[in-house]
Each structure stands twice: as structure tokens, then as C-alpha cells.
Write a protein that binds this ligand. Structure first.
Ligand SMILES: Cc1ncc(COP(=O)(O)O)c(C=O)c1O
Length: 386
């Protein structure tokens, strides 16, 4: 089938709006200039809304993983005891970073596809015979499409021991969820540019409260490029310690203006409506969902084809015949699930070609008529949400 436009529905990178592309195409300015300082000041401050952050947000010219590493490097001393919640491939990444630096790592494993149980996390921490310095978790575990109840854990942690730093990896959901670091008791919240924030890959963001900032300034673990106290000193002077990605900083300013114009609550609501519509449509197409209703992320949905042949067929057909890219599974879910991203510069109708293509693919592959089944379920959710 001939299609003019490729449809990028991976859970990052995601489509970049023309307004952001245009902003990034403006003539280059030197990064040690008043022009750049004006851009940087707006970029740092503009991100506060999206992160629900009490302070201007640090921007690193590096991918999301650098913010994960920075959060650990700048809060944890080598002998400190820390807890990492592992519920998928990105929790495993936090674990790998911790294994590189921290000597006393305690891993709380969660079955892939499920969200953590807050009481069980607290009981796990209680069972450790040493004071815990920090707890690390994903907000959305992209590899499973679970959204964890981080606000619940934030409150439970502070009640248990308010000296524990709570660090949240929001790479694949910040920009699509209602978060407030003070309300939700999060000390450090990190994200990346290429997901719900509609920007190209290559920037990482670190939001922090005052307590975390004090710790950045006093931690003994060495760091150089990722030294957040240094980044913060530069931020206060509306600049960066090293050469930033100047066009991407302009993109951040444009992003914040777009969020201001649409209103973050509407942006969040839009993502939840799409999530619900996609889930109903997949169920109507007799495709199992990996994640239960109450743990489903608004940014990515994992579904389980009947077997590995059907899985390969769906992914290949979507790409070869319909010009639609989705993602496969990662780690132990490789070859078992498919994941469709629906975040950032996305509106409900952008998902319809994907659902309609699935109807055609499954009708022919399973020799069973699915025409109109997924799209009807999808449209019913939209109609209900109007
Ligand atoms: C939850 C989560 N954390 C961390 C990362 C790593 O980000 P990056 O690939 O930009 O380094 C990703 C990327 O997909 C992610 O989804």
C-alpha cells in the first residue's frame, strides 16, 4: 500500500513538531553570548511546569542515560547503601550504573509488566540493616509500558525516613503525566528530550529540590562532565559549563511555549485518552495487553500477539506495507511483545492508521474478519471523552 508519510510510533524518538524544527533552524549563536544566555534562561525556567519542579531545570547535552548516571553520581557516596527498583530494561540500566559506582546496592525486583507495590518496597527497605541513602525507580518503565505509583512511594518513603533521597527516572513519561515534585515527594526527577517532550534526541534534564541541590554540592563521589553542582552554578549565570546543543536549547524554549499554549493538564488528558482508546482497540482485535488497567502508562502500550510468528508478521507488515514503525520487546520480553508509543506530538487520530492497518493485517493473517472492529472501539472511547 502506498503511504506518503512515515508514521513514527516508537516509544522514543517521537515526531518533532514543525514549530520546534523551525526554532532549531534559526541561525547559530555563540554559546558564550548574551543571545545564548537569554535562550538558556528561558529554557531552564520554562521546564519547571512540565517537571512540576521547585527550581529551574538543569539541561545536559547528552542522552537520558547521562541524567540517570548524574543523579546517582551526585547523590550517592561509594559506601552508601542504595535501593534500585528493577521492573524492566531501564531499571536494569539503573542497576548497571549502580554496580559501576556504589558498593552497597540492594535491588528490589518487580515482575516485568507489573508496577511495584509500595508496601512491599517499604518492607524491603525495612529489612535492610543499614540506613538507605537513596531509592531509584522508573516512573514509566518503557520496556514494559508500566507507569509506577511514584507519588505513593514518595509519600511512604518520607514517612518512613525523610532523609532518603527519592530519585525518579521520568525519561519516557515526563511531559505526559501530572507530576509535582513537592506534592509527590520526589527529590530528583530526570528525563530525556526525545519522548513526550517532542524534541530530537540528545538532551537530558535534571530537576531537583533544594535538599538534593545541597547534596550535589557536598557529595564526595567524583564527577567531571556530569557534576551537577557545576551545572547548577552555570545555570544561575544562564549558561552551561561546556558547549551546549544551542539549537536544541531553542527547541526547549519552543516546547515550553507550546505547552503553555495548550496547557499541561490538557496535554496530560490527551495522552490518557489516547492510551484508553489504544487499549480498547487492541482488545477488540483480540491482542492481549501486557499491563493491567491501573498500571498502564499514558505514553506507551505493550501488547502480546498470539505467538512469535504473528508478532514478526505484524511488525514487518506495519513497516513494509504501511510505513508505520513500532517497537519490539527488550531484554527478557524480546520476541514476546510489541510496543506502540503514543506520546509527545500526537493526537488521537494519529493512531487510527495504526489501528486500521492492524485490522487488515490480522484479517488476512488470522483469516478472521477484524475490519472496523479496532477502529470502532477506538472511536467509541474518543466519543465518550468528548
Ligand atoms: C525509562 C527510560 N530511562 C532511560 C532511558 C535512556 O535514555 P537514552 O536512550 O536517551 O540514554 C530510556 C530510553 O528509552 C527510557 O525509556
Amino acid at each position: 500500500m502506498y503511504t506518503h508519510h512515515a508514521l513514527l510510533l516508537t516509544p522514543g524518538p517521537t515526531p518533532v513538531p514543525l514549530a520546534i524544527q523551525n526554532a532549531m533552524n534559526l541561525p547559530m549563536v555563540g554559546h558564550r553570548s548574551a543571545d545564548f544566555e537569554a535562550i538558556a534562561e528561558q529554557a531552564f525556567a520554562g521546564l519547571k511546569t512540565t517537571f512540576g519542579a521547585p527550581n529551574d531545570v538543569i539541561i545536559l547535552t547528552s542522552s537520558g542515560t547521562s541524567a540517570l548516571e548524574a543523579s546517582m553520581r551526585n547523590l550517592v557516596n561509594p559506601e552508601d547503601h542504595i535501593v534500585v527498583i528493577v521492573s524492566g530494561a531501564f531499571g536494569a540500566r539503573f542497576q548497571q550504573i549502580a554496580e559501576t559506582y556504589a558498593h552497597n546496592l540492594h535491588v528490589f525486583n518487580v515482575e516485568w509488566g507489573q508496577s511495584f507495590n509500595t508496601e512491599e518496597v517499604i518492607a524491603f527497605i525495612q529489612s535492610i540493616e543499614h540506613p538507605i541513602t537513596a531509592v531509584f525507580t522508573q516512573y514509566c518503565e518503557t520496556s514494559t509500558s508500566v507507569l509506577h505509583p511514584v507519588a505513593e512511594l514518595g509519600h511512604a518513603l518520607k514517612q518512613y525516613d525523610d532523609s532518603i533521597y527519592f530519585v525518579v527516572d521520568g525519561v519516557s513519561c515526563i511531559g505526559a503525566v501530572d507530576v509535582d515534585m513537592t506534592r509527590d515527594q520526589i527529590d530528583v526527577l530526570v528525563a530525556g528530550s526525545q519522548k513526550a517532550m517532542m524534541l530530537p534526541p540528545g538532551l537530558a534534564f535534571v530537576a531537583y529540590n533544594d535538599r538534593a541541590l545541597e547534596r550535589f554540592k557536598t557529595v564526595e563521589s567524583p564527577s567531571f562532565y556530569l557534576n551537577l553542582a557545576k551545572h547548577h552554578r552555570s545555570l544561575e549565570a544562564h549558561t552551561t559549563p561546556y558547549t551546549p546543543n544551542v539549537p536544541a536549547f531553542r527547541g526547549v524554549v519552543q516546547y515550553s511555549e507550546m505547552i503553555e499554549a495548550e496547557g499541561l493538564p490538557h496535554v496530560v488528558q490527551r495522552h490518557y485518552i489516547i492510551r484508553d482508546a489504544v487499549r480498547r482497540a487492541l482488545q477488540a482485535l483480540k491482542l492481549d495487553l501486557l499491563v493491567a488497567e491501573d498500571a498502564a502508562s499514558p505514553t506507551v502500550t505493550a501488547f502480546v500477539p498470539r505467538d512469535s510468528d504473528e508478532l514478526k508478521h505484524i511488525k514487518n507488515e506495519l513497516s513494509a506495507t504501511y510505513n508505520i514503525s513500532i517497537a519490539g520487546g527488550q531484554g527478557k520480553l524480546k520476541g514476546k511483545i510489541l510496543r506502540v508509543g503514543h506520546m509527545g506530538f500526537i493526537s488521537p487520530f494519529d493512531l487510527l492508521p495504526f489501528i486500521a492497518s492492524l485490522e487488515l493485517i490480522l484479517t488476512n493473517y488470522r483469516n478472521e474478519n477484524y475490519i472496523g472492529k479496532g477502529t470502532t472501539a477506538f472511536m467509541e472511547v474518543l466519543n465518550h471523552a468528548l
